[in-house]
Design a protein around this ligand. Structure first.
Ligand code: HEM
Ligand code: NAG
Ligand code: NAG
Length: 513
């Protein structure tokens, strides 16, 4: 008995010995190979993944109650921000008990995520929308496409909206923006004639209308905006698109399928509203087409319209309609609220307004550029960008399995002192080349995402912001009248927690430096 055990023990020892030798051989082999590529001081052959901290929650409902206690969906970005403070730059949580997601907030983890997003990056879609599309068998634009269909159309739009010579669309953006700012100027003059101060009325609706106008003139040329029928259609359209986002934000913390089954008001409102938007969007296209038939555009006008560029690229008209309506929906609230945030930031800093005005008079734009970067960094309208991982992968030494939803916490990363010196301060100078000590990681702010599935409207939106803020700084002196501190809440996009009140007065023309 003991002899047998000894024997077995001996065998065991021998096997272990053999394995050790083999292991050593393999290790030295790897070491030699590794040292030629990287000179890594310590060596691990078995990849050792650092576990991702998991936020503990109740079964089924997960951490839903914590989220509700924190103020619910409108405060999601703050809730996640607090989690990052508690758990670090990466953690895992079953938010609301339905969706298990990994949250990341450091520039390095974010970069690593985009590098591994795959050929057809997949982002999460709002439940209410996908449910609507399925129920109504509705074919949608770029944001809702996937796979080869997405890539095909995305490539065409990349060429037309992001790369190459884009002066043709600047003409339209400039013209719409000039009209808006000139209207403000006239109103200030009228108010001043009556000895009154001028406070911008209905700022949100005005900016909404402006961003939709910009998109329509990019699509069909500025001329279509000139007829009264079109103006009426646009008024109506901007009102109902605006409502969409109220309705879908109400559905944000309620399962849409259940709302539909229970025949709840929130679902019925949403459903009828989305139906209206899609219909009104399509009829605007029809109107434009018939206007053009009545008065054919010149060759130059054709060259300055996305619609003709898409036709020239052999995109079928059904597809053009789908794409257009979704561009408008994606452009409306993002641009309108980014502009509001930038106006807010600028209105809090009178000396900066003067500096930007002087800079513009000297045909420079560094400070203006920096101001817009700062507004988007502190107030990213899309505070969470998500990707489903196309395969098992590792992100910053953490193992992440296929199909996991990874969400980037842009609100947190933009305010992280590891990325930006004095992160809560608006310092446009930090973006001027050569002042990099105030920016440790420029990738800490990615308001439009990066990679293949990043925002297709980035160029349009940035140009709009530049023109609006630049003109405002040159023509007006702006002051924020809100008495309470302004903070951001999430209503599909991040919006101010109160109506912004901006007072404008005329600014005498400034001479160049
Ligand atoms: C400041 C304004 C804007 C911001 C901050 C913004 C932000 C973003 C972000 C972060 C994404 C990526 C979403 C994801 O990957 O899941 C995105 C996608 C998209 N954006 Fe924007 N956006 C803005 C303006 C616009 C405008 C003006 C348009 C239209 C001209 C537009 C059209 C789109 C479309 C169609 C997509 C989907 C692209 C795709 O799936 O391939 N956006 N936007
Ligand atoms: C729009 O109409 C006005 C006058 O009705 C005209 O002065 C202007 O040139 C027109 N704009 C375009 C782009 O056709
Ligand atoms: C907005 O948020 C700020 C900061 O949290 C707060 O002081 C203010 O009372 C809020 N205003 C409203 C109207 O909720």
């Amino acid at each position: 008995m003991t002899k047998q055990m000894l024997c077995r023990g001996g065998l065991l020892r021998w096997v272990v010995q053999l394995l050790r030798t083999l292991l050593l051989r393999i290790m030295s082999h790897f070491k030699a190979e590794l040292q030629t590529s990287y000179s890594s001081p310590s060596l691990q052959i078995v990849p050792k993944y650092v576990p991702i901290p998991r936020v503990k929650g109740l079964p089924i409902v997960g951490t839903l109650f914590d989220l509700i206690a924190a103020g619910g969906a409108p405060h999601l970005h703050k809730y996640v921000d607090a989690r990052h403070r508690q758990y670090g730059a990466i953690f895992r949580e079953k938010l609301g008990g339905t969706q298990d997601a990994v949250f990341v907030s450091s520039a390095n983890l974010m970069r690593s995520l985009f590098l591994q997003e795959g050929q057809y990056p997949q982002h999460p879609l709002p439940d209410a929308w996908t449910f609507y599309n399925k129920r109504h068998d509705c074919q949608r634009g770029l944001f809702f496409m996937e796979g080869a269909e997405w890539l095909h159309n995305r490539r065409i739009l990349n060429r037309l909206l992001l790369n190459g010579n884009l002066n043709w669309m600047d003409v339209h953006i400039e013209s719409c923006t000039r009209q808006l700012v000139d209207r403000w100027q006239t109103s200030i003059e009228q108010a001043a004639a009556n000895g009154e101060h001028y406070e911008l009325p209905d700022l949100e609706r005005q900016l909404y209308r402006w961003s939709i106008e910009v998109l329509c003139s990019i699509m069909f040329g500025s001329r279509v905006l000139n007829c009264s029928e079109m103006q009426c259609a646009l008024d109506e359209f901007s009102q109902i698109v605006h409502k969409v986002f109220e309705h879908s934000s109400r559905l944000m913390n309620f399962p849409p399928r259940l709302a539909q089954l229970l025949h709840l008001r929130i679902w019925r409102d949403f459903e009828s509203n989305v139906g209206e938007v899609l219909q009104q969007g399509a009829s605007i296209i029809e109107l434009c087409i018939s206007l053009q038939r009545a008065q054919p555009p010149s060759e130059q006008e054709q060259e300055e319209a996305l619609y003709h560029k898409l036709q020239a690229a052999a995109v079928p008209s059904e597809m053009i309609k789908r794409i257009f309506v979704d561009l408008v929906i994606a452009a409306g609230d993002t641009t309108a609220f980014s502009s509001q945030w930038a106006l807010y930031v600028l209105s809090c800093d009178q000396p900066l307004q003067r500096r930007i005005a002087r800079e513009r008079a000297a045909a420079e734009s560094q400070l203006l550029h920096g101001l817009i970067k700062e507004a988007l960094r502190l107030y990213p309208v899309a505070p969470f960008i998500g990707r489903y991982m196309p395969q098992d992968t590792q992100i910053g030494g953490h193992y992440v399995e296929k199909d996991t939803l990874v969400l980037i916490s842009l609100y947190t990363s933009g305010r992280d002192p590891a990325h930006f010196e004095q992160p809560l301060k608006v310092l446009p100078e930090r973006w001027i080349l050569g002042q990099t000590e105030q920016v440790h990681q420029s990738h800490g702010t990615l308001p439009f995402a990066i990679g293949q599935r990043s925002c297709i409207g980035r160029r349009v939106a940035l140009k709009q912001l530049h023109m609006l803020l630049g003109k405002c700084a040159s023509q007006f002196s702006m002051q924020c009248l809100n008495e309470q501190p302004v903070d951001c809440i999430l209503r599909m996009v991040t919006v101010p927690n109160q109506t912004l009140r901006l007072a404008l007065t005329l600014q005498p023309k400034v001479a160049a430096l």
